[in-house]
Ligand binder design. Structure first.
Ligand code: FES
Length: 106
């Protein structure tokens, strides 16, 4: 099962076994990881599942949709490696995927 490594806002990290077909957001919520609130439940409308993908992995995940990109640009911690974790479905190629959960303001 692919392992996804979450760098958390408190400086610790969590390595989670994520079944193929599960979103990075759902896996984080199942593990009660801090910083991924996922208020809309994964419908690409809240932006509270925002993460920064490690540089080596960004291109592996493909490009965000226009809808996702528009929402990302309104998030406070937006950067060029930003993604919404609810839109990232884990595949067999994701073993070792590393991402950072940004510290949220306010
Ligand atoms: S959970 Fe709301 S946009 Fe991802």
């Amino acid at each position: 099962m692919p392992k996804v490594i979450y760098e958390l806002p408190d400086g610790t990290s969590a390595t989670v076994d994520v079944p193929v077909g599960t979103s990075v957001m759902d896996a984080a919520v199942n593990e009660n990881l801090p910083g991924i609130d996922a208020e809309c439940g994964g419908s690409c409308s809240c932006g509270t599942c925002h993460v920064h993908i490690d540089e080596a992995w960004y291109s592996v995940l493909g490009e965000p949709s226009d809808e996702e990109r528009e929402l990302l640009e309104f998030t406070a911690e937006y950067c060029e490696r930003s993604r919404l974790s609810c839109q990232l479905v884990v595949t067999g190629e994701c073993d070792g995927l590393r991402l950072t959960v940004p510290t949220r303001e306010g």
